[in-house]
Write a protein that binds this ligand. Structure first.
Ligand code: ADP
Ligand code: MG
Length: 497
């Protein structure tokens, strides 16, 4: 029998700021020497005082605005008791009762809250020694919590990817999972058997009689360091818990780790309740009344947002760009490709969908492919970005008007990549310009028909293959510049069909 899974995610992400959360030590994730970006505050020396980093607060409230959450008017920080050497002061500064953001939604997944806290130092254990590197201690950390409204691993993975994309688009963080810049914890439970309950798109799990199921006991899975592992860890837990219930067993609330090598979860510890954290307001920091800070007014925040990934995706699709291509073009790491499609869209008259769709095709498959070639020193060397966009747009027009074949366009593009230049000139130089002018082609066709008496006879005898042969010969005679459609017409006409 099958059980219905329920998943809620807790995501931590390091924010991109000049300095740390509560002191002016540098926030530099690229620093490789240990304990360089440190000061008495982030080393937890007694008697030091923290100061709130405005840039970090700004990142969180912009994220909150993007997901259409409620930005707190009143907000404060809290001390959360903590007893590990990676925060030697004995507590982590976090937020509890008054998070910066409450509610909101991302790809249809309801968000509970988004708050700000400080990262821990990085500890490592080897050769009987434990080492602590404080470069990471006190780096601003976002914590985002979703409602338990996810019901399958793929949707959870999609949510996590979209969140990473949002953070990158907002410039809030790189959110690289492999580097630990983004950490995903999956809370997983299974409940009511399928059949008794169904999934309703807008309302989630709902029974035949309208009642909601009581959610099962949740297990928290940590140490997941890729999106694929998020999906696999969830799938593993769903299977494990279902099998346990099927055998008449019980799921116990615990924290489990994800073992990447074994592709399974394992017990780490039984979970503390929030009472164990002894939260209380941080007395060394001021309370914040965000509505009194002009920079953080809802209007100012909304105005500060760039086009969001889902907005851009929708605009691209409306412009005739295929969904898979739009997905590639919205990624900030593909900024060059994005600028290129914007350059085409700007020039396309009446948002010519065919042309823009065609350009997206060439950009995602051909331009992206060419960019991989690092042997080329100056890629697309044009005097200005606008010159490149215009040249690329012109090439797309040539394809659309069949002045160059799609095969030919790829060659022209490769030449533009290596040494710049005007596409029409390049095409002419390479003999790739297709000639549409019938009179110019007529001569070549007449010559071929005179020479190929045998094929002409075969064609007259009704052999279709002979026509293809004659078209091929004529193409050759025009050095590939003849438009095959027109050549065919000329041949058929001359032979009196
Ligand atoms: P805790 O107090 O144990 O941290 P929370 O209520 O704060 O629990 O929820 C933590 C996370 O667990 C949230 O992402 C939430 O959506 C998720 N969650 C809560 N209950 C369940 C459940 N029964 N099954 C799956 N996820 C759950
Ligand atoms: Mg919690």
């Amino acid at each position: 029998m099958k059980y219905i899974p329920t998943i809620g995610l807790e995501v931590h992400a390091e924010l991109k700021t000049r300095t740390k959360m509560f002191c002016d030590s540098a926030n530099d994730p690229e620093e490789t020497r240990p304990n360089v970006n440190v000061c008495p505050v982030c080393m937890a020396h007694p008697g030091t005082l923290p100061v709130i980093n405005r840039e970090a607060v700004r990142h969180i409230v912009r994220i909150g605005t993007a997901i259409r959450g409620r930005i707190a008017d009143f907000t404060e920080f809290d001390r959360k008791s903590y007893f590990y050497p990676d925060i030697p002061k004995g507590f982590q500064i976090s937020q509890y009762e008054h998070p910066l953001v409450t509610g909101g939604e991302l790809v249809g997944v309801a968000i509970t809250r988004v708050h700000l806290e400080e990262d821990t130092a990085r500890s490592s254990h080897a050769g009987g020694k434990s080492l602590v590197d404080f470069n990471r201690a006190g780096i601003p950390l976002m914590e985002l919590v979703t409602e338990p409204v996810l019901h399958d691993a793929e949707t959870a993975g999609r949510f996590a990817r979209e969140l990473q994309l949002l953070l990158r688009t907002l410039g809030a963080g790189e959110a690289n999972l492999e580097k630990g810049e983004m950490r995903i914890e999956a809370n997983v439970s299974v409940s009511a058997k399928e059949g008794e309950f169904g999934l309703n798109q807008s309302e989630g799990l709902i029974g035949r009689t309208g009642q909601r199921p009581v959610l099962g006991t949740k297990v928290e899975v940590k140490n997941i360091n890729s999106f694929r592992s998020v999906e696999r860890a969830i799938a593993f837990e769903v299977k494990r818990q279902s099998a346990l219930l099927e055998k008449g067993g019980k799921v116990v609330q615990e924290t489990r780790g994800w073992d990447e090598a074994k592709q399974e979860t394992f017990h780490q510890r039984f979970k503390e309740g929030s009472a164990d954290y002894r939260y209380f307001p941080e007395p060394d920091l001021p309370k914040l009344f965000l509505s009194e800070i002009p920079e953080f007014s809802p209007e100012a925040l909304r105005a500060s947002l760039p086009e969001l990934p889902w907005e851009r995706r929708a605009r691209y699709e409306a412009l005739g760009i295929r969904k898979e291509y739009a997905d590639v073009l919205v990624q900030p790491e593909n900024a060059f490709l994005m600028a290129l499609i914007e350059g085409v869209a700007k020039r396309a008259s009446n948002n010519d969908k065919t042309l823009i769709g065609l350009a997206a095709n060439y950009i995602v498959s051909d331009v992206a492919g060419l960019m991989q070639d690092s042997s080329v020193e100056s890629k697309f060397s044009y005097t200005s970005a606008d010159d490149l966009y215009q040249a690329f747009f012109n090439l797309m027009r040539m394809v659309e008007e069949e002045k160059v074949s799609s095969r030919g366009a790829k060659d022209v593009l490769a030449a533009m990549y290596r040494s710049g230049g005007d596409p029409e000139t390049i095409a002419k130089g390479k003999g790739l310009l297709q000639v549409h002018d019938a009179s110019a082609l007529q001569e070549a066709v007449s010559g071929v028909l005179k020479e190929e008496a045998k094929a002409v006879a075969e064609y007259r005898a009704g052999k279709e293959a002979a026509l293809q042969y004659l078209i091929g010969k004529s193409m050759k005679a025009t050095k590939g510049a003849g438009n095959p459609g027109i050549l065919k017409e000329l041949i058929v006409k001359e032979l009196g069909k």
